[in-house]
Ligand binder design. Structure first.
Ligand code: PLP
Length: 447
């Protein structure tokens, strides 16, 4: 099909996630055609440096031949095996064992999903089942963070605390509650310790308000992604985990973005020695080469469910759970992180990424630079002293991202003055130079 007929067919038939449908019809699709390493090529032949790893998922970079080989080999041998009933396949079992070995010690059991939204939804279903099975059926209230993102399932979109995911969807549900985001730049705390203490106090207060006997779990991202890359101080995650233990509620770490080397270690929980009760992962698990996610569960929660329903099948399943091709891809992706040297590359070049972002603090438009590992953001301000943002109607981040595209650079704009970056862990020093050269030029043009 020609570009114009593809554009026309897209406009007529394809519904895109998270756009305004009428605005998309008017604008038309941006057709991406191929990709290699850190670069994608669009249908018009433009070569773009991808500073967002697709949708913060292509952690290994594009065009990794060994992944293609692993997928083809698995497709030839066994393209599908149901995980239903008592069937299984070698790559899925091997991957489950590897994940348990490489995630915090508390997590002993893995349930595979198709992505992050259904990993979150599965976590909620397991938690609900667990409390019913252990005779605490009153525990049905869920707490998450303002600005949090936990996917688009009917329940997960309510744990998500971003207005576009609630508006006209009749969310949040009555059992969904929020506490403030640990947003240092827009908070008035003297230091990190005060911010951490305030988050813990907010959680305690919310649990007291709802009644501890009614609260099931607290969900959080170790670093909030879609809410604007909110990087809490070191110690925050551990403090929230410890608070949950004291309050008698489950702690769920949503590592869909922060997992698989994005923030330095394989998982953000690792950096603070945090052992969650449940953890959700996706994105970097297969690095976007095929859909797959997982929820990891502590032995205590698993035993509660298993022993609490001795005779009946536990009715939670997806046709494509533990898909052998996705699992084979994930195994090769894991090899690339470790033996392939990608975690080591990210550790070596993390400071280069941080310096590049921090250097832009001198730019007249930039009020805040925040980052950990290969995850970062710049926050734009109209006034650096008052931190006043630009009028949302200006859509400055969107306009800057569009200008960046014309300068050969892709990153993500967040509505409220934030530019987000998540380069592949395979980035080279030269690619970072190019990223910051193109970004600075784009910001200068926007002045
Ligand atoms: N949880 C977090 C923290 C995410 O960032 C995302 C997606 O961006 C999800 C869940 C949902 O994952 P998916 O888009 O694979 O359904």
């Amino acid at each position: 099909m020609s570009i114009s007929s593809l554009t026309e067919a897209d406009r007529k038939h394809l519904i895109h996630p998270v756009v305004n449908y009428r605005a998309h019809e008017a604008r038309g699709v941006t057709l991406l055609e191929s990709a290699h390493g850190s670069f994608v090529r669009d249908a018009e032949g433009n070569e773009l440096l991808d500073a967002f790893a697709g949708l913060w998922c292509v952690n290994v970079g594009y065009g990794q031949e060994s992944i293609v080989e692993a997928a083809c080999a698995q497709m030839r041998k066994l393209p599908y095996a149901t995980g239903y009933f008592h069937f299984g396949s070698e790559p899925a079992i091997e991957l489950a064992a590897q994940l348990v070995e490489r995630t915090p010690a508390s997590l002993q059991h893995v349930y595979f999903t198709l992505g992050g939204s259904d990993a979150v939804d599965s976590a909620v279903r397991f938690i609900t089942h667990y409390f019913n099975a252990i005779g605490q059926p009153a525990k049905k209230q869920f707490i998450s963070l303002a600005r949090g993102y936990h996917g688009s399932s009917s329940f997960g979109a309510g744990l998500t605390a971003l207005p576009a995911f609630h508006r006209n969807f009749d969310l949040p549900l009555p059992q969904q509650h929020y506490i403030a985001s640990p947003y240092a730049y827009r908070s008035n705390f003297d230091d990190d310790a005060a911010l951490i203490a305030a988050s813990v106090a907010a959680l305690e207060a919310k649990v007291a308000e709802l009644g501890a006997a009614r609260v099931a779990a607290f969900f959080c991202e170790p670093i909030q992604g879609s809410g604007g890359v909110i990087v809490p101080p070191v110690g925050w995650l551990k403090a929230m985990r410890d608070a949950c233990r004291k309050l008698g509620i489950l702690f769920v770490a949503d590592e869909v973005i922060t997992g698989f080397g994005r923030t330095g270690p394989l998982f953000a929980c690792e950096a603070e020695g945090v052992e969650p009760d449940l953890m959700t992962v996706a994105k970097g698990l297969t690095s976007g080469y095929a859909p797959m996610g997982a929820v990891l569960i502590s032995d205590e929660v698993y035993r509660g469910i298993a022993d609490g329903s001795p005779d009946a099948a536990i009715g939670h399943g997806y046709t494509y759970s533990a898909h052998p091709v996705s699992a084979a891809i994930a195994l090769e992706v894991m090899r690339l992180y470790h033996e392939g040297g990608l975690l080591a590359n990210a550790a070596a070049l993390g400071p280069r990424f941080a310096q590049g972002l921090d250097a832009l603090l001198e730019h007249p438009l930039v009020g805040d630079s925040r980052h950990r590992g290969f995850l970062g953001a710049l926050e734009l301000v109209a006034d650096k002293d008052t931190k006043a943002g630009f009028d949302a109607a200006l859509k400055l981040p969107d306009r800057i991202a569009a200008a960046a595209y014309r300068n050969g650079l892709i990153f993500r704009a967040f509505g409220d003055n934030i530019l987000g970056f998540a380069p592949a862990l395979s980035y080279t020093a030269g690619e970072f130079d190019l990223l910051f050269e193109r970004l600075r030029r784009t910001l200068d043009d926007a002045l």
